[in-house]
Design a protein around this ligand. Structure first.
Ligand code: GRF
Length: 190
């Protein structure tokens, strides 16, 4: 069984989608550790209630390299093989990326390379695109620049607001991320 580490900073709905897929046997893996740089993140509450191992420490005021070394230590101790970023609002240090080279996955709420960075749904909406979506990609040292693994297109509909569009993209994220992880690490159900 592949051992996954989840890194999150907020509500953790993508993490929940991955966890449910793991529970259903759709991803042949176990969640070995859920990490957050935000101790009060809602995603951690879910993790604890689900009985998953959690590691958290506020990253406020901690230099990136130092913080990432602590996260790495926790991941290694838990035997984590693949890292899933799920709304982790921090750039990773080069040391971190090197330690898990080619095994760090992220989801971004736009069709990359369009609209990288923060508020991607709003950027797409304001730009007036008719199709946007989400992207699962491997993480490199750039901001949302790593090799693309999978994408899902989402139409912008008449009367959409940033909120309604974001909600439709999020639904697509919850399908795409687990399906991509299943492809990467295997599934008992395919
Ligand atoms: C998602 O929109 C994801 O694409 C982006 O951050 C958001 C995280 O949401 N990277 P959640 O915490 O998974 O609900």
């Amino acid at each position: 069984m592949t051992r996954l580490g989840i890194l999150l900073s907020g509500r953790g709905s993508n993490f929940q989608a991955i966890h449910r897929a793991v529970e259903r046997g759709e991803i042949e893996a176990e969640i070995a550790l859920v990490v957050s740089n935000v101790p009060e993140a809602a995603g951690l509450k879910y993790a604890r209630e689900a009985g998953l191992p959690v590691w958290t420490m506020s990253s406020k005021g901690v230099p990136r390299a130092e913080f990432d070394r602590k996260v790495l230590e926790a991941l290694r101790e838990a035997g984590v093989e693949w890292v899933c970023l799920a709304g982790y609002m921090r750039l990773l240090s080069p040391e971190f990326i090197a330690a898990y080279a080619g095994r760090i996955v992220n989801i971004h709420p736009s069709l990359l390379p369009s609209f990288p960075g923060l508020d991607a749904q709003e950027q797409a909406f304001r730009h007036g695109v008719k199709i946007t979506g989400c992207t699962v990609h491997l993480v490199d040292e750039g901001l949302d620049t790593g090799p693309i693994l999978a994408q899902s297109a989402v139409p912008v509909l008449e009367g959409d607001t940033v909120e309604s569009l974001s909600a439709r993209i999020l639904e697509a994220e919850h399908k795409l991320y687990p399906a991509t992880m299943a492809r990467l690490v295997g599934s008992r159900k395919q």
